[in-house]
Write a protein that binds this ligand. Structure first.
Ligand code: NAG
Ligand code: NAG
Ligand code: NAG
Length: 388
């Protein structure tokens, strides 16, 4: 009887086999040691800037930084950015910007990212133009210099040698990237059509890959590469292109499709790069989906009015290019500083373009778990080549 019943339930047997298999492989992963990257080297734009542009020009005004650091550190948020949560995850200090000459300690890495950075060399740069002069190729040159100069300092010894990474950290470090959005917005705000922006994407991605290769040739091995976020969900786009068609979550459909196209090209190119650089671990991180989930399901994460800027002024999205967060504006003869919403932790968008600390934390939780990466691997295991 028992045997007949057993035979009648063959599918259950396969199910049990499956469970056993899964349990075994899970057990194997659990017994693998979490990575302890000794350093992080970071490249990117404002979403990854820990004060680079602020060191070169000036910091964004208060209330930037109000939530966590209680001063403006040059981060484009009310508090920590995703990179801060990555550093914290590995027990590392927050990264000093390479450009910051005062009080920086580069023992555990450096950040080359600046607000307004592009992958391609921009034709309009600050202070008169829109973009950062520190595009990705310049960030690469700075990094190459950083390696050379730290070698000289290490050989000299003394107090300066306590401020730089050990020699072997360069090959053992995690290399993080978050850049590309400005290459796309430079088109939108330069009057290019959506189609004209799309045709530039293969070249933008090629240039990105070229720089990653150059960093690899300097000894980098572990790469954590963010794709680009849903641009069309930002108040920056929604307020500037009010007639654009929205998707069911209120985001500008065509603009998001441009991000998606960039992301598909990047993913494809990184697949090829994995073949070209077999010694590297290359992780494609789907930050787009993590960010988009906050607009799809704001309540689930404790957010309200996901498209409405927290620190801004004017219109449906509380955003106006001429009344940015922290700026002093003139309303009918009365001066007013554009300030923060009451509770930034319930908002997704901080200043129209960048996310609040609360949103950044949830994005970090999603991308570090392994469900949004290719190959699928949790951030803590990225150093183990065998899983990738
Ligand atoms: C820089 O940071 C490292 C690691 O946290 C520390 O050991 C070193 O003493 C620091 N250097 C200075 C001059 O504070
Ligand atoms: C885009 O077009 C507007 C209106 O024609 C013009 O004022 C602006 O200068 C143009 N911007 C660029 C970057 O060409
Ligand atoms: C500014 O003044 C105009 C004209 O009196 C009025 O219509 C408008 O509502 C005022 N705007 C604000 C923000 O108070």
């Amino acid at each position: 009887m028992a045997l007949i019943e057993f035979l009648n339930h063959i599918p259950i047997v396969s199910l049990i086999a499956l469970i056993l298999c899964t349990t075994t492989s899970t057990a194997r992963i659990f017994t693998t040691k979490n990575c302890d990257f000794p350093a992080i080297f970071n490249f990117g734009a404002s979403n990854a800037d820990t004060g680079g542009l602020a060191a070169a020009f000036r910091a964004p005004p208060w209330p930037y930084g109000q939530t966590y650091f209680h001063r403006s550190t040059g981060r484009y948020s009310d508090g920590r950015i995703i990179l801060d949560f990555i550093a914290q995850n590995f027990g590392l200090p927050y990264l000093s910007p390479y450009l910051n000459s005062l009080g920086s300690n580069f023992t555990h890495g450096a950040s080359f990212a600046t607000f307004g950075s592009t992958i391609r060399i921009p034709n309009s740069v600050m202070p008169y133009g829109r973009f950062s002069p520190f595009s990705l190729s310049i960030q690469f040159i700075q990094f190459r210099d950083f390696i050379l100069k730290t070698k000289i300092i290490r050989d000299q010894g003394g107090v300066l040698a306590t401020l730089i990474p050990k020699e072997d950290y360069f090959s053992k470090a995690l290399y993080t990237f978050d850049i590309g959005q400005n290459d796309l917005t430079s088109g939108f705000f330069g009057n290019a059509t959506i189609q004209e922006v799309i045709v530039t994407i293969p070249d933008i991605v090629n240039k990105f890959i070229g720089i990653i290769k150059n960093i690899y040739y300097l000894g980098a091995r572990s790469f954590w590469i963010h794709n680009t976020g849903p641009i069309g969900c930002l108040s920056l786009i929604l307020a500037n292109f009010p007639s654009t068609i929205k998707d069911s979550y209120g985001c500008a459909k065509e603009y998001n499709e441009v991000s998606q196209y960039f992301n598909s090209k990047l993913k494809e190119a990184l697949n090829q790069l994995r073949k070209d650089l077999p010694l590297a671990t290359i992780i494609y991180v789907d930050i787009y989906s993590a960010k988009y989930s906050l607009f799809q399901n704001p309540k689930k994460y404790g957010f309200e009015f996901p498209h409405v800027t927290c620190c801004g002024y004017g219109g449906k999205y509380n955003y106006d290019d001429h009344a940015l967060c922290g700026q002093t504006i003139n309303i009918n003869g009365t001066k007013k500083v554009v300030g923060s919403c009451k509770n930034p932790s319930t908002r997704v968008i901080w200043d129209g373009t960048h996310y609040t600390e609360a949103a950044n934390k949830i994005i970090f939780d999603q991308i570090s778990s392994g469900v949004l990466t290719d190959p699928p691997i949790s951030l803590n295991l990225v150093c183990h080549k065998k899983f990738t």
